[in-house]
Design a binder for this molecule. Structure first.
Ligand code: ADP
Ligand code: MG
Length: 282
């Protein structure tokens, strides 16, 4: 990454925030593949180089909210109220200990949302309608941490997003069930959100002592080609310790291999944005 990462709050020359943010849904219907870890740490790395970032914790388990250090009592109205039009982005966004990083947390009522959405009007568009039309202007990035299912919550994220990022754990079953996710993305593109892009696939929990990790990584690259980020997130104990301290690993141990990997990943995401802007203005 060309910009040095410094976790402080000195003003940076990054220009004005764009009028509309890049909205990225972090999705995979499997649990434990690194969605939340990627949401928190990519967001922190992007915020550290001057981007204004909003995380939306759309998982009723609320791991992103806990992992960023937000107690239940500090969560305010939360993602449920946003989905049901009872609040605005500005009202629901809570400050975190990281400069430029805010979060719309998961609250207890979100666990009922999956069922309540079934009967709701324009049920797949609820999040999109709360986020679009200027509601999230001023942010560079909105990262949506999805639950481990392809239900209406994840569907709302995919419909609201400009792109989807898919974390894949480097294990034997990594690709299993992925065709279901790919088909869901295609279906959303065909009917609900034609502009949905695949931001990228990120390999997580790579274990270099394990040959299987290499094999899986190769398999995934054969399958997804250029969509797979060069950066691979290693399995790293510091990454798994950080959430219990209510901190992104970048704050918990900036020098560890996991932090360095997420900083590299953020660099790749920023470079994608530059090529995206070039295409838009070409
Ligand atoms: N690179 C990593 N190294 C070690 N542990 C990790 C790593 N990434 C995630 N974990 C741990 O694995 C578990 C699942 O990760 P998480 O990000 O919560 O997955 P998901 O959101 O997809 O369910 C968590 O306990 C997390 O701390
Ligand atoms: Mg999660």
């Amino acid at each position: 990454m060309s910009e040095a990462i410094v976790l402080d709050d000195r003003p940076r020359r990054v220009g004005q925030p764009p009028s509309a943010p890049r909205i990225i849904a972090i999705a995979n219907q499997k649990g434990g593949v690194g969605k939340t870890t990627t949401a928190i740490n990519l967001a922190t790395a992007l915020a550290s180089v001057g981007r204004k970032v909003l995380i939306i914790d759309l998982d009723p388990q609320g791991n992103a909210s806990t992992g960023i250090g937000l107690q239940r009592s500090q969560r305010g109205t939360g993602a449920y109220a946003l989905l049901f039009g009872e609040t605005t982005v500005a009202e629901a966004a809570q400050k975190t200990s990281i400069p430029r990083l805010t979060i719309i947390p998961s609250t207890l009522d979100l666990s009922g949302a999956e069922i309540e959405l079934v009967g709701a009007e324009r049920r797949e568009f609820r999040l999109r309608e709360s986020l679009r039309n200027g509601a999230a202007d001023g942010y560079h990035y909105v990262l949506i941490d999805c639950p481990p299912a392809l239900g209406l919550l994840t569907l709302n994220a995919l419909v609201a997003a400009d792109a989807v990022m898919v974390p894949l754990q480097c294990e034997f079953y990594a690709l299993e069930g992925l065709s279901y996710l790919t088909r869901t993305i295609e279906r959303v593109k065909r009917s609900l959100n034609p502009a949905l892009d695949v931001q990228g696939v990120v390999l997580t929990m790579f274990d270099r002592r394990n040959n299987l990790s290499d094999l899986v990584a190769k398999d995934v690259r054969d399958h997804f080609g250029k969509k797979v980020y060069d950066t691979v997130i290693p399995r790293n104990v510091r990454v798994s310790e950080a959430p219990s301290h209510g901190k992104p690993v970048l704050l918990y141990d900036l020098q560890c291999a996991g932090s360095r990997a997420y900083i590299h990943l953020a660099g790749e995401v920023l470079r994608q944005e530059k090529s995206h802007e070039k295409r838009m203005t070409a």
